[in-house]
Design a protein around this ligand. Structure first.
Ligand code: PMP
Length: 451
């Protein structure tokens, strides 16, 4: 028997990325409160949030300072726009703070309400840039298969997920997709180093096929998040850098997941030594407490769009929303002042990754990989042939259900189980996460009568 709230939900709420019919039959779990790295449901169950919500609650749940910042800002100035030759203190202070943390050559920030809006903004900025440069033919975007860049029309088209393109006749024109650097799934007998070079060279092959004079930009996540925490082999980014240096095309780095500490640096651009022209941010910017995203713009692009561009006919009612900006600024200041990202780099991420590797020995794990505060395991029936647990990647869902029953959120991406916990997770909580993951793997193996 479903509760009154569940019934109300079934009657009126159309939920994102869900089969709403099946969800209504089952009844959604109602999440009621959260603290630190844990959240609770209406039945009183407690969960260790191995996904930091949707990769966003970097600072952990329950930080009163963020609530106070929102309340104070709402009392003082709940809203004003940035269109009428005006700004607000939080929007300006936040832009300056982000610029101080971003790579040196990036000093301007354009605010949006989400990561998707930020990538749609990139789409328009790149095309405007080339128009202003007198090269209106340079309009094609190169992205990667199995990339995730958001759910709006341009962002979903930039993304490389087939199941998203199937709905709404995507991708829109002018976007092409090259191979992803997914060694476990597509390495095909090559060493990781050889495969990294090969995957990167598909960028150069595509540039040569289409013509440099038609390509506007290459967009990529530093590591693919929603695609399954796919961390490129060590040779991949250096080879991409070599190619980007050779051709006159812009480089968009989508840091929506990786930004604000996830890799142990403020940005993965610093971790991988990359020099993007545009950088997409959202999620960890406010630790998910309020919706906000943005684009960090390099001096090279700003010179054209701002110094020479005149009006930029683009923006959102909630661009730089003062309450969101104030909360984001407070969030970043806490990450900074409490040394949370330094702590991730020096202590918690080495510890998480060391313990995560223990899972590699499990009979149904084909690979355990990770970086900073993200990690993945590949579920297999056979470690040598990499045969999966069952067809159509159903094993991931089975494993997820065991994890949830054990009080742990791990997310399935096909046959890959992934985690991205709050950055504040401590050693004791990491131990709990690993123990729960091990029990979950044992139950999944028993379900498939393996081991
Ligand atoms: N880019 C990346 C890399 C993402 O992971 C996401 C969200 N998961 C987005 C963009 C889209 O962000 P939003 O959901 O805030 O629109």
């Amino acid at each position: 028997m479903q509760t009154e709230l569940q019934q109300k939900n079934n009657a009126h709420h159309f939920q994102p990325f869900s089969d709403n019919k099946t969800l209504a039959e089952k009844g959604p779990r109602i999440i009621t409160k959260a603290e630190g790295v844990y959240f609770y449901d209406s039945a009183g169950n407690k969960f260790l949030d191995g996904m930091a919500g949707l990769w966003c609650v970097n600072i952990g749940y329950g930080r009163k300072e963020l609530c106070d910042a929102a309340a104070e800002q709402m009392r003082e100035l709940p809203y004003y726009n940035l269109f009428f030759q005006t700004t607000t203190t939080p929007a300006t202070e936040l832009a300056a703070k982000i610029a101080s943390l971003a790579p040196d050559h990036m000093n301007k920030v354009f605010f949006t309400g989400s990561g998707s809006e930020a990538n749609d903004t990139n789409f328009r900025m790149v095309r405007r840039y080339w128009d202003l440069k007198g090269k209106p033919d340079k309009k094609i975007f190169i992205s990667r298969k199995n990339a995730y860049h958001g759910s709006t029309v341009a962002a979903a088209s930039l993304g490389g997920m087939g199941y998203m393109h199937e709905q709404g006749d995507l991708p829109i024109e002018g976007i092409v997709h090259i191979d992803q650097p997914y060694w476990f799934g597509e390495g095909d007998g090559l060493s990781p180093e050889e495969f990294g070079i090969k995957a990167a060279q598909s960028l150069e092959a595509k540039i040569l096929e289409i013509g440099e004079d038609k390509i506007g930009a290459f967009i990529a996540e530093p590591f693919q998040g929603a695609g399954g925490v796919i961390i490129p082999p060590a040779t991949y980014w250096p080879e991409i850098k070599r190619i980007l240096a050779k051709y006159d095309i812009l480089f968009i780095l989508d840091e929506v997941i990786s930004g604000f500490g996830r890799t142990g640096e403020w940005f993965a651009a610093q971790t991988f030594d990359l020099k993007p022209d545009l950088m997409t941010i959202a999620k960890g910017l406010s630790s998910g407490y309020v919706p906000i995203g943005g684009v960090i713009v390099s001096d090279k692009v700003a010179q054209v769009l701002i110094e020479e561009g005149g009006d930029f006919n683009h923006g959102f009612t909630y661009s730089g929303h003062p309450v969101a900006a104030k909360v984001a600024l407070t969030n970043i200041n806490i990450l900074d002042e409490e040394g949370i990202i330094k702590q991730v780099k020096a202590e918690s991420s080495p510890y998480l990754q060391k313990r995560w590797q223990e899972l590699a020995d499990h009979p149904i794990v084909g690979e355990a990989r990770g970086l900073g505060m993200v990690a993945a395991i590949e579920l297999v029936r056979d470690k040598v042939t990499k045969e999966r647990l069952e067809p159509e990647s159903k094993g991931g869902g089975v494993c997820r259900d065991f994890a949830i029953n054990n009080g742990l959120v791990m997310r399935p991406c096909g046959d890959t189980m992934i985690i991205s916990p709050p950055l504040v997770i401590n050693e004791k909580e990491i131990d709990e996460l690993i123990e729960k993951a091990k029990i979950t793997l044992d139950q999944t193996a028993a379900h498939y009568q393996i081991g």
